[in-house]
Design a protein around this ligand. Structure first.
Ligand code: F6R
Length: 365
């Protein structure tokens, strides 16, 4: 039932404050600000030497963000690959003792095959999975559930932000166990994560502003998405969302890669969506934006109050989010990208919930 919403995708975008809050509650004891893993699914993170992560599509972008989290907060060395490559790559797994898979459906053929491969290689396997009756949930040694509820729209939205939430929380738990984070750090990060429902709610208030920007996006044939660091995987996810449901050709790049090729595409017909909160790499991305602007590219800058105040590009379209701690940025910044793709597709009249050629669960390779 779509309730008052026009599409399941829109409903699921709007459910995010609630389902993120549910997902958080399974990784935190909110009363005392401590992380705790779901009962029976505990892991001694201090014993992990090296981790491999794998998934497909949007789950892969969540895992890519997970690597940033796990390396930053828990100092766990991470390898990562899309599941269709991981399962056949025959990479030597020496030194890797733990494998983490991310899947909404828990049935994706390549992800399942990768899980079985990792098990056969003797690794401990864990899965961040949304459907708890799924094959991946049954076969993984450890299951860390996302509590997004059923996701009907083919383009993943709430499952993605719940995956990010789970991965952020796991990284904090791992960081504490590994002695990378102090008790104070844990409290600070837990408190930061507990703000995710409030902040995602605040971002939903930007809906009509984003809908206006989508009018213009709907007239384009191509779009570029740029981000750095924690927000680089979001550039990939923003481009994927747009191409899946609006069929506009979109590419996501690490902002630093701009001058190594994609800058050749920039002219006044090319919209460039830049995800750049005022974080430790903002100045770097700012110079990429100046390169785009100097070539007539039209920038949509998704930033925060401080980023907007920096006045880096004069005629950029701005989507200004509240200031927030770094750990929250991938979770909260996902929403404006989802809304941009959604409204663009609605303007174009495509079938938002059932885009052409796509299936919700990809059970064949
Ligand atoms: C994108 C999308 C797909 C899935 C991918 C993996 O919006 O939904 O890219 O993320 O097919 O599916 P799961 O997470 O079910 O393994």
């Amino acid at each position: 039932d779509k309730g008052n919403f026009r599409h399941f995708m829109q409903k699921e975008i709007y459910e995010q404050p609630d389902v993120i809050s549910h997902t958080l509650s399974s990784f935190f004891d909110m009363a005392n600000g401590r992380t705790r893993l779901p009962r029976g699914q505990e892991v001694d993170f201090s014993k992990i030497n090296r981790m491999v992560l794998s998934a497909c599509g949007t789950g892969y972008y969540a895992a890519l963000t997970g690597r940033y989290y796990l390396e930053r907060y828990a100092r766990i060395p991470c390898d990562i690959d899309v599941a269709s490559e991981f399962r056949y790559r025959e990479s030597p797994l020496s030194g890797v003792d733990f494998a983490l898979f991310v899947s909404q459906s828990g049935e994706t053929a390549d992800t399942l095959a990768s899980l079985r491969h990792a098990k056969a290689e003797g690794l401990t396997t864990a899965a961040v999975v949304n459907v708890d009756e799924s094959t991946i949930a049954r076969e993984a040694d450890i299951v860390w559930p996302t509590l997004a509820g059923p996701e009907i729209g083919v383009a993943s939205t709430k499952a993605f932000t719940c995956q990010l939430t789970a991965l952020a929380a796991l990284s904090v738990a791992a960081g504490v166990q590994r002695g990378v984070l102090s008790r104070d750090d844990e409290l600070t990060l837990a408190k930061a994560l507990s703000e995710a429902p409030r902040l995602t709610n605040a971002v939903l208030k930007l809906d009509s502003l984003i809908e206006r920007l989508a009018h213009d996006m709907a007239t384009k044939r191509h779009a570029l998405f740029l981000g750095r660091g924690f927000n680089y995987p979001l550039a990939l996810e923003g481009a994927l969302k747009l191409k899946e449901i609006s069929y506009i050709h979109a590419e996501g790049y690490a902002a630093g890669e701009l001058k190594h090729g994609p800058i050749a595409l920039i002219d006044d017909t090319m919209p460039v969506v830049v995800i750049a909160p005022y974080d430790r790499v903002f100045e770097k991305t700012a110079s990429n934006m100046q390169e785009v602007a100097a070539r007539g590219g039209r920038i949509i800058l998704v930033t925060d109050e401080r980023g907007a105040a920096s006045g880096v590009v004069k005629d950029a379209e701005l989507i200004v989010l509240p200031d927030m701690p770094e750990i929250l940025m991938p979770i909260v910044y996902a929403l404006p990208l989802q809304l941009l793709a959604y409204h663009t597709a609605v303007h174009m009249g495509t079938d938002v919930d059932q885009p052409r050629n796509l299936a919700k669960s990809v059970t064949v390779e």
